[in-house]
Design a protein around this ligand. Structure first.
Ligand SMILES: Nc1ncnc2c1ncn2[C@@H]1O[C@H](COP(=O)(O)OP(=O)(O)OP(=O)(O)O)[C@@H](O)[C@H]1O
Length: 582
């Protein structure tokens, strides 16, 4: 328990003194909350000894008033200091996590991790930031209160103090095992919470497909199954905890009965005065209250510990190193290619997917990657943009290894047009201008014109100020694609990576998109994952990628003359509607 408390306190960093002050206030408040019983003890003791005077009553009355005032002040202070500290610490932690996620390779953001990231950023962070400080504050004050009450029992009679200490030690032993069980179960509970987040996200994202394939029943059942599992995991947790909490309650009951019985016996034996007996009677029912509350909070602490484990697991995921300090030459040396892959190998975890990939791209030329699905085309394109790092060999731009170039500088050199377009929930203007944040209005409009989207944007009621996304304007897939191309045109990076669309859009849209792409790639070095025969024919070089290797390389005419895999693909492509047979 102490290890857990110190683990959370270690996070406090620059807010340490604020938290210490908050805990001090919480402790003072908890001591003050016992003062009315203490005052009652003074009055009853005076009454029993026949020494009660008006002065004592006045003193007790004023004392109670002062206690109420001070208690209100420290309660206010501890609340303010604690909750603000929790939010401040975890606001910093969230930023650290956000910063870390930004630097992680794209490979991490596979669907299996999306649920984990959402769960860490929302459920775990929110839980810890809302309850951690108050939980620790309460626990500390309960511990100190238990100590103060036990000392008071010793003051009344050492035998009573001894019983209080024995019960406290036994309770902490029981609580230790209870925490172990709670901790074990907390891991399972959180894993199920992640599974549930995953299931809900994938259901919400795939609702279109689910409906169109009439899978609503099946997928709803899967989701319901997940809800049931969560219910079962939580019920099991409560069931496992009940014997322990009951055991603790019995122990407290036995302790109270023993102290009560012994104090009456000691009074009858003439060892304990009536005043002290009254004192015991006043305190005994409250004696184990703080201890009870302490172990109630301990369960929350184990949940927090599991949440911290998950936050730290995400923070421990390796980042893509960004310590390069070389700059890309503005012009390649004579005879130096713009882009060069030299003996590149790559694996997703242990699965090797690229072997000995070597090719070069000359400035302002088009290289087309073609080949069967799963061959490795997208992986090659992603390695050029350094979405992952090569496992062996190297990728250079104008002679410089891309790992030696600061990521921000590398990104300035490359534009990527994906099949799956992502537009932010923002105005069309801002969605385009993020390609070049310091662009003038004229430059944004010019890019929109080149990307063939100016006219349809101006036809919208709010024009470029139209907000896209949920609650905003809905655009067709082709329109979104053109806006994303406008963004790239504005960025004007010298190297363009294009994943050519396989999905069929209507003929109008297709020709507009083609025109937009033609504008984008003018005077650029282009790497295209090509699916259309027209595009492939125009390429300066074609790389046929299959099983992670370059199996053929050349121009369309050269490869057609070879009667190899490329020729087969072209023939099939002519018959079928898509190059990619997946
Ligand atoms: N994130 C990933 N994690 C693990 N394996 C992956 C991942 N992405 C791709 N792969 C695997 O790597 C291999 C190459 O995939 P890649 O997407 O590069 O092929 P591709 O030629 O672009 O295929 P397609 O034409 O279908 O897009 C495949 O076996 C694929 O299953």
């Amino acid at each position: 328990m102490f290890a857990l408390i110190s683990r959370i306190l270690n996070l406090s960093g620059r807010y340490k003194s604020r938290i210490q002050a908050a805990f001090l206030c919480a402790f003072v408040e908890s001591i003050l909350s016992k003062m009315p019983i203490f005052m009652a003890f003074i009055v009853l003791a005076g009454f029993a000894d026949n020494t009660l005077t008006g002065k004592t009553c006045l003193f007790v009355g004023l004392g109670l008033l002062a206690v109420v005032v001070v208690q209100t002040v420290v309660h206010y202070l501890s609340d303010r200091l604690q909750s603000a500290a929790g939010f401040m610490i975890f606001a910093d932690k969230r930023m650290e996590l956000g910063n870390h996620l930004r630097k992680m390779p794209m490979g991490y953001f596979t669907s299996g991790n999306i649920g984990k990231i959402s769960s860490v950023l929302s459920t775990d962070m929110v839980f810890i930031e809302e309850v951690s400080m108050s939980t620790i504050g309460n626990m500390m004050s309960y511990m100190l209160s238990t100590l103060v009450l036990a000392v008071f029992m010793f003051v009344l009679d050492w035998r009573l103090g001894l019983i209080a200490v024995i019960i406290t030690l036994l309770a902490s032993l029981v609580a230790k095992y209870m925490n172990k069980v709670s901790f074990k179960e907390a891991v399972g509970r959180q894993n199920q919470s992640e599974n549930l987040t995953d299931a809900v996200l994938s259901f919400a994202e795939g609702i279109g497909v689910i409906k169109s394939y009439n899978l609503l029943g099946e997928k709803s059942d899967e989701l319901t199954e997940n809800f049931k599992k969560s219910r079962d995991v939580n019920t099991k947790f409560e069931q496992k905890m009940t014997p322990w909490t009951t055991g603790l309650n019995i122990l407290y009951g036995v302790g109270i009965a023993a102290i009560f019985g012994l104090s009456v016996f000691l009074h009858q034996e003439g060892v304990l005065s009536l005043a002290y007996l009254l004192g015991v009677l006043l305190f005994v029912f409250d004696l184990f209250g703080p201890l009870k509350a302490l172990y109630g909070e301990a369960t929350r602490l184990t949940v927090m510990n599991a949440a911290l484990d998950r936050i730290e697991a995400v923070l421990d995921e390796p980042e893509l190193p960004d310590n390069g300090n070389q700059h890309i030459l503005s012009q390649a040396q004579p005879d130096q290619p713009e882009v060069q892959f030299s003996d590149v190998g790559f694996a997703y975890q242990d699965k090797e997917v690229l072997h000995n990939i070597s090719f070069s791209m000359q400035k302002n030329t088009m290289t087309a990657l073609v080949g069967p699905s799963g061959g490795g085309k997208s992986t090659i394109a992603n390695l050029l943009a350094r979405l992952w790092d090569v496992k062996s060999g190297k990728v250079t731009i104008r002679g410089t290894d891309i790992r030696d170039i600061p990521l921000a500088e590398l990104m300035e050199q490359i534009s990527m047009v994906f099949q799956r377009v992502y537009l932010f929930q923002d105005t069309i203007y801002n969605n385009i201008s993020m390609g070049k944040p310091d662009a003038t209005e004229e430059e944004v409009y010019e890019a929109a014109k080149k990307a063939r989207c100016y006219d349809f944007i101006m036809a919208l009621p709010d024009g470029f100020q139209t907000v896209i996304g949920e609650g905003g304007a809905t655009l067709s897939g082709g329109e979104k694609q053109r806006i994303s191309i406008a963004r790239c045109i504005l960025k004007d990076a010298p190297i363009v990576i294009l994943d050519e669309a396989t999905a069929s859009v209507d003929t109008d849209n297709e020709s507009y998109i083609q025109e937009a792409i033609n504008e984008l790639v003018k005077g650029k070095t282009l790497l295209v994952i090509a699916h259309r025969l027209n595009t492939i024919r125009q390429a300066d070089q074609i790389l046929v990628i299959s099983d992670g290797r370059i199996s053929e390389q050349g121009t369309h005419d050269e490869l057609m003359a070879k009667a190899g895999i490329y020729q087969d693909f072209v023939n099939i492509r002519k018959k079928a509607s898509g190059w990619s047979l997946a």
